[in-house]
Design a binder for this molecule. Structure first.
Ligand code: ADP
Ligand code: ADP
Length: 233
């Protein structure tokens, strides 16, 4: 479970603290697909970057699977981040590495997996995302949907319990979006993976999310089951 307990975040701008996220209380259950919507600058990325502790909160506590990660230092964070995968709008792949090497990269960085474990895991992930035949290609040779599949496989490499998606389908055409969402839904179901998904596309929310939070000016202004939030004004 993801628990944000009165979490807030300010950034220092010209010597004064500007709030990006006002004190927020939010719980996301294991296995849930949770959507975050809102205008640009509403605080969506800040909220998500607090969950994987890419940002340190200015106040409050971040508790993941019962572990308070608020005060974690570099060493603890390195281990913790293996539990949290992330995918991005522009995929953030390494263009000088093959598909297989991109997927292997987080496992190599972790330094806790044998070469045999990495090879086996990469094969399994290639199969899961349907890219076995593209293993030796480079990202530039792939379509957008295929690149995001590499991003998903890479995010899953270290067997995270949480997957964070920041506008993961925003650069894709509608048909490719559908197939990537179907893949995410399968992964959610089969691995009981918790998915937190930032999007500006309402269709994405309706299609895959269980619950949704609407953010505005650094606050969650509404949250609940998708049908409640979007059917009742
Ligand atoms: P969203 O993801 O909804 O577009 P963000 O979380 O990126 O919103 O940003 C929320 C607010 O925090 C915005 O006003 C943004 O300008 C500000 N902000 C985000 N990151 C930084 C940063 N590193 N330094 C200063 N201000 C930031
Ligand atoms: P370096 O170039 O620092 O030696 P690598 O060759 O291993 O590192 O791969 C990182 C390179 O991948 C970066 O230099 C960058 O040009 C490219 N890259 C990574 N992510 C992206 C991205 N989202 N869009 C474009 N290029 C990217």
């Amino acid at each position: 479970m993801i628990e944000l307990i009165d979490v807030e975040k300010s950034y220092e701008v010209d010597g004064r603290a500007v709030p990006a996220l006002k004190p927020t209380r939010l719980e996301i259950a294991n296995g849930e697909v949770f959507g975050i919507v809102g205008h640009s600058g509403a605080g969506k990325s800040t909220l998500v970057r607090l969950i994987n502790r890419l940002e340190a909160p200015s106040g409050g506590r971040v508790v993941i699977d019962g572990e308070d990660v608020t005060g974690y230092g570099d060493e603890d964070l390195r281990a913790f981040r293996r539990k949290v995968g992330m995918i991005f709008q522009h995929f953030n792949l390494l263009f000088s590495k093959t598909v297989a090497d991109n997927i292997a990269f987080p496992m190599k960085l972790a330094g806790i997996y044998s070469r045999a474990e990495i090879r086996e895991r990469v094969d399994e992930l290639l199969q899961r995302v349907g890219l076995t035949d593209q293993a030796r290609k480079y990202p530039a040779q792939l379509s957008g949907g295929q690149k995001q599949r590499v991003g998903i496989a890479r995010a899953l490499a270290c067997r995270p319990s949480i997957l964070l998606c920041d506008e993961a389908t925003s650069a894709l055409d509608p048909q490719t979006t559908q197939s990537v969402l179907r893949l995410l839904a399968d992964i959610n179901r089969e691995l009981n993976l918790t998915i937190v998904l930032i999007t500006h596309e309402m269709d994405v929310v309706r299609r895959v999310c269980d619950r949704v939070a609407v953010m505005d000016a650094g606050e969650v202004v509404e949250s609940g089951p998708v049908t409640d939030v979007f059917l009742h004004p």
